[in-house]
Ligand binder design. Structure first.
Ligand SMILES: C=C1C=NC(C(F)(F)F)=NC1=N
Length: 221
């Protein structure tokens, strides 16, 4: 477990695929392989919502996806389910505001793993950092088809607001982002974009991931 310093986390944030079995009609393993071939830099296993797997099937899928990430050197993050993250030796955990308390998660996973926390405001961001977050997931940037109980749409402006308030940690925007809106999220000060349906639901997953990678890197050159 190499320590996740800010530079390593920032690099991982660029093209961040978030997916669970409910986000695709294809085989999640195949979608992940295609997305990695297209250039994603981080993967989050988020098995949530109607129809989400539980029990053995959930653990088996997590282990298989974790294996694909290990084979390709892509860090593997688990959303919310801290015990599953520990069980599959994930590289990190992502928790939302109404998930487990970030400070307790940090204590459980130790300092060698990445901790991501969702934030919708400067206040939530500051509290997340005090709890030991390595990065912030900020959104929804745009209307999202992937999260039924999503927070009100914030837009990229909230990323600029966090930067103006001196929040310097890696930030990834999430929520309804497409290759065409990636530049606006990056211009506002994000280090990358987190994507569910625009990649997991794409007809050509590899091409979709590559479009996001090009859009992000076009803004960093
Ligand atoms: C609710 C979430 C908010 N942000 C992120 C990410 F962008 F990946 F950090 N993931 C989530 N599951």
């Amino acid at each position: 477990m190499h320590p996740w310093n800010a530079e390593a986390v920032q690099r991982a944030m660029q093209v961040y695929l978030v997916m669970g079995s409910v986000n695709t009609k294809q085989d999640p393993m195949e979608v992940l392989r295609q997305a990695i071939a297209g250039g994603i830099t981080l993967f989050q296993f988020r098995e949530k919502g109607t129809g989400a797997l539980v029990g053995e099937a959930r653990i088996t899928l997590a282990m298989r996806l974790r294996e694909v990430c290990s084979q390709h050197g892509v860090p593997f993050i688990v959303n919310d389910d801290v015990e599953l993250a520990v069980a599959v030796e994930a590289d990190g955990v992502h928790v939302g505001q109404d998930d487990a308390d970030a400070a307790l998660v940090r204590a459980r996973i130790g300092d060698g793993r990445m901790l991501g926390v969702s934030a919708h405001s400067v206040d939530e961001a500051r509290r997340a950092l005090q709890a030991g977050a390595n990065y912030l997931g900020v959104g929804p940037m745009y209307p999202t088809p992937s999260k039924a109980d999503a927070h009100a749409v914030l837009g990229p402006a909230v990323v600029a607001e966090l930067r103006a308030a001196g929040i310097a940690v890696p930030i990834v925007g999430i929520g309804g982002i497409t290759p065409d809106t990636t530049a606006a999220v990056m211009a506002a000060g994000a280090d990358g974009v987190a994507v569910i349906s625009a990649i997991a639901g794409a007809a050509n997953v590899c091409a979709a991931a590559a479009q996001f990678a090009a859009a992000v890197r076009g803004m960093q050159a």
